[in-house]
Design a protein around this ligand. Structure first.
Ligand code: ADQ
Length: 467
């Protein structure tokens, strides 16, 4: 396969971010390393097979980076100015669409100048794809930041096969209707041949909206547009590289890491674990409050039980995220000042991101996993935990508002808004018989190992290419 960047390719992925991170060594040499993520793992082999390209932002503002070849496929960095990062990314994507699509848990912010930037940047991504795609190529657009790309790209290149996948929920019409630019965004997605969602409910919400567009008819997962096209609307629940996670978790290195971790935590009898991006959709406030109360009421003994919560800093320049960070710090401090001792903290909270091996070790030592989002498209953490566990004596507490709840039906389900209910379910998950827990874990493991990330990518692309 050629090592130089190709003029045109048959397969393109467009995502807000590139699948690579820049590394600069001590001598100032620059190299790009694949970022360890499920999407990259799933799509790399497809792109290598088809000779593809990835279009996305490289993560630094006000800088033009030339295209380059990486690990068998091409990378085309799209430049963004600092103002565009503020308005298109932090603004419209993460302070307008993100909260709106997550049931308005926090108030979405509407600014006309953010909308202008959103359109401009989406057009830039579409133009880049239009330049790189060969006749009849397949283009796969990822996520809400690029909501308008299918329509723009269709206008520029009607010959292309265009797929779009939304990684986050799609809200009901009553909430969506607040959006001043709702028509344009629905039209944006209708530019695709295939629009994929995490759950059937999200697909149904979009279908209802599509039907309202003048001249559009939509039923049973198909919308017919006035220009004579058929848009398929369907759910494709995303998953993880289950075998990869399992192999990592059972490697000697991770086993050693797990022993060390357990020691660092004071060799407690039970470890409760949570790991999330520090985001208000993840239900951290509710989860920490519930576990804190169980400690305060003496139902959990801080000499026996440790709650380890990891939260990766995220979107730190968006106001709601700063408020959340401060709230959580306060809550953790309040709990630890009342329960446990200096040597024995009940709640170990780390506001950082950890390498994959460390995360796998944490899943390995966690007797109970808490995944309690107030709304989540899928939630990969729940699936990663199942894939990493070789020990059946463990339990997953899962919010019914995560897309994953549709598949991991044997989890201990909770409504995160119901703190008492969540406390009771946590106690049940800790005290149920090992036999019952083992049965639940086995059923969930079958699910996670059957429906892996490559099954997800293949089924989406098979549907798109058969269009
Ligand atoms: P996210 O909202 O980012 O994804 P999630 O699906 O849980 O949520 O994925 C987070 C990923 O980050 C996981 O792979 C997890 O292991 C990793 N991670 C989190 N905290 C970490 C830490 N402290 N250190 C290291 N790694 C950490 C969006 C949607 C989800 C959807 C995914 C994929 O919001 O609903 O499941 O996309 O479609």
């Amino acid at each position: 396969m050629s090592e130089t960047v190709q003029d045109k390719v048959d397969f393109l992925v467009i995502a807000n971010r590139l699948p690579v991170d820049r590394k600069i060594d001590d001598d100032g040499n620059v190299s790009w390393k694949s970022s360890p993520g499920g999407l990259v793992t799933a799509l790399e082999p497809v792109m290598q097979r088809k000779g593809g390209a990835w279009i996305g932002w490289h993560g630094a503002p006000d800088e033009v980076v030339e295209p380059f070849h990486h690990d068998g496929y091409d990378i085309h960095p799209v430049p963004l100015s600092a103002q565009e990062v503020e308005e298109y990314y932090e603004g419209f994507s993460n302070a307008t669409l993100w909260p709106l699509y997550h049931d308005c848990i926090v108030e979405p912010v509407f600014h006309r100048e953010w909308w202008d930037a959103f359109q401009k940047v989406n057009k830039r991504f579409a133009e880049q794809a239009a330049r790189q795609a060969s006749e009849g190529a397949t283009v796969w657009v990822q996520d809400y930041q690029l909501n308008l790309v299918p329509k723009y790209l269709r206008q520029m290149r009607p010959d292309l096969r265009i797929g779009f996948f939304l990684h986050i929920p799609f809200p009901p019409i009553e909430l969506y209707s607040r959006l001043p630019w709702r028509e344009e965004l629905v039209e944006g997605l209708l530019g695709a041949d295939l629009v994929g969602f995490q759950t059937p409910g999200a697909a149904a919400n979009f279908q209802r909206l599509a039907k309202r567009r003048p001249g559009v008819t939509a039923a049973r997962g198909r919308a017919h547009t006035p220009d004579g096209r058929t848009v398929v609307i369907r759910d494709f629940p995303i998953s993880i590289d289950s075998r990869g996670f399992h192999e990592l978790a059972t490697s000697e290195k991770v086993k050693a890491e797990a022993i060390k971790l357990r020691e660092d935590l004071g060799n407690p009898g039970t470890i409760i674990f949570g790991v999330d991006r520090l985001d208000y959709t993840k239900g951290l406030r509710q989860r920490i409050r519930a576990v804190g109360e169980l400690f305060k009421e003496g139902k959990l003994d801080p000499h026996e039980v440790v709650f380890l919560q990891l939260a990766t800093p995220s979107r730190e320049r968006v106001e709601e995220y700063k408020i959340l960070r401060d709230d959580i710090n306060l809550l953790v401090g309040q709990i630890n000042s009342k329960v446990g001792t200096i040597a024995n903290r009940a709640l170990v909270y780390r506001n950082e991101s950890v390498p994959r091996e460390v995360l796998a070790a944490m899943y390995q030592v966690a007797d109970l996993m808490l995944v309690t989002p107030v709304r989540d498209g899928m939630n990969l953490v729940a699936k990663e935990y199942i894939a990493c566990r070789s020990n059946d004596d463990s339990a997953l507490v899962l919010s019914e508002f995560a897309g994953a709840a549709r598949e991991l039906k044997q989890a201990y389900m909770v409504n995160p808004y119901d703190i008492d209910g969540m406390k009771a379910t946590i106690m049940k998950a800790l005290t149920d018989s090992p036999k019952l827990k083992a049965r639940k874990m086995r059923a969930m493991r079958r699910q996670v190992f059957d429906k892996t990330i490559d099954v997800w990518a293949d089924s989406f692309l098979t549907e798109l290419e058969g269009h």
